[in-house]
Design a protein around this ligand. Structure first.
Ligand code: PMP
Length: 410
């Protein structure tokens, strides 16, 4: 059993009052807080090893390069990457997914992978970051964009993917957890089916990483994207990890220093992976912090974290569903830390404001998933999302706060 209240003491940002109440930080799907060991690791890097990486002969540059490569190794291990995989640092999930969509559709040096007549299949559960880049990739390449829709309860069904697949399917992109509803789709089976059809598979693991780490060693996954700030690490850093042959097919997004082998006035040849996709000075302290966050989670135990956040969600779903006029989306979402809900009589913005007055931080709006919320016919929602440091007392405060707000707003 995980001792959330004890672990919360590791997170300096949580020990503050908001509007005269103790902070109940329930906006973890947007960004989690960082524990002291992560902050310490980043500070130690900046103090002792700050220098630009690669090609530096001096000691600090070597230390910085070592710290960066160590972070890469730690994170590869964390996601079950093997010798056939590589990890590329990005600024976050958004950049990682843009890198894939752009990299498959840009002409590059050898012509684009995506061709007119090809199909790209995405799901309607996606965050805009795993939809809009594919819309542009389709337009750029002349490929067709097909969307696997969920049922009206927001669940994806495996048998509905098969009719969308054909020998023309080049890409299948899916989320490991829908950030707007908390729905955890059967992404393993969906990806296996798409891979069987010959598609490159793309997994948006932004929401899963904080408690259910998808293991590349067990997945038919070509590309997986995630963000440091959603897994107890820093903002501005993330990763694209995937199978080397798949990564090698991508045209780099960032052209410039450190990603080339040689350059003439009129042409250039690109460096080997991972440098090839990491042009420019990277966020080294971010990479160090992200790896420290993975170590922190490992030390606590992923299973314990997962069980804890799921229990918090179940508690919240039960309490909120019992409130009059309130509907919880995806009540049976599976392995999920997110509870998203709507109330006929209360606008999410007002609900969120009243909760903030009680020190409770939730997110309101469309959660960058407009097509999904429109398909479900609900519009903007209020979303609470849980992390390893949240407690059942905080869930009770959420339920009480929502009950109070519904009374005030009716
Ligand atoms: N995908 C999902 C499922 C997300 O929840 C988010 C963040 N809300 C993103 C992608 C984008 O992540 P980032 O802003 O860190 O790039």
């Amino acid at each position: 059993m995980l001792q959330a209240a004890t672990l919360a003491a590791d997170f300096p940002g949580l020990a503050q009052g908001v509007n005269g109440e103790p902070l109940a930080y329930l906006d973890n799907a947007a960004t989690t807080h960082m524990p002291r060991p992560v902050q310490d690791a980043m500070r130690a890097f900046e103090t002792r090893s700050r220098a630009n990486i690669h090609r530096g002969v001096h000691t600090l540059s070597q230390r910085s390069t070592e710290a960066f490569e160590q972070a890469r190794a730690t994170l590869k291990r964390f996601v079950g990457a093997g010798a056939q995989h590589e990890l590329v640092f990005t600024s976050g999930t958004t950049e990682a997914l843009n890198l894939v969509a752009h990299g498959l559709s840009d002409a590059g040096q050898d012509g684009p992978v995506l061709q007119p007549g090809d199909d790209i299949v995405v799901t309607a559960l996606e965050h805009h970051a795993n939809l809009v880049p594919w819309q542009l990739a389709a337009r750029r390449s002349g490929a067709r964009l097909l969307v696997l829709r969920p049922d009206r309860q927001g669940r994806l069904h495996i048998d509905e993917l098969a009719p969308l697949l054909s020998p023309r399917t080049r890409v299948f992109a899916v989320t490991a957890c829908a950030n707007a509803t908390g729905e955890r789709p059967p992404y393993e089976a969906l990806m296996a089916l798409a891979a069987e059809a010959g598609a490159l598979t793309v997994l948006d693991a932004a929401q899963a990483m904080a408690h259910e780490v998808p293991l590349l060693s067990q997945l038919p996954c070509d590309f997986m994207a995630f963000s440091g700030h959603k897994m107890y690490g820093p903002m501005g850093i993330g990763a694209l990890v995937g199978r080397r042959p798949a990564l090698e097919r991508l045209t780099p997004l960032r052209l410039g220093g450190d990603m080339v082998e040689w350059v003439s006035e009129t042409s250039a040849s690109f460096a080997a992976l991972p440098a090839r996709l990491e042009g420019g000075t990277p966020h080294v302290a971010g990479a160090v912090g992200m790896a420290a966050a993975a170590d922190y989670m490992d030390a606590i135990g992923l299973e314990a974290i997962d069980a804890h956040v799921r229990a918090l969600r179940a508690h919240a779903v039960a309490g909120l569903s019992a409130l009059p006029g309130l509907t919880v989306l995806s009540p049976d979402a599976g392995r999920s830390a997110i509870v998203s809900f709507v109330a006929a009589a209360a606008h999410p913005h007002d609900l969120g404001t009243l909760l903030d007055e009680r020190g409770i931080a939730v997110r309101t709006g469309n959660h960058c998933a407009q097509p999904l919320l429109e398909w479900l016919g609900v519009g903007p929602t209020t979303r609470a999302s849980f992390a390893l440091y949240n407690t059942h007392d905080e869930v009770e405060r959420l339920i009480d706060g929502v009950a109070f707000a519904l009374e005030v707003l009716k």
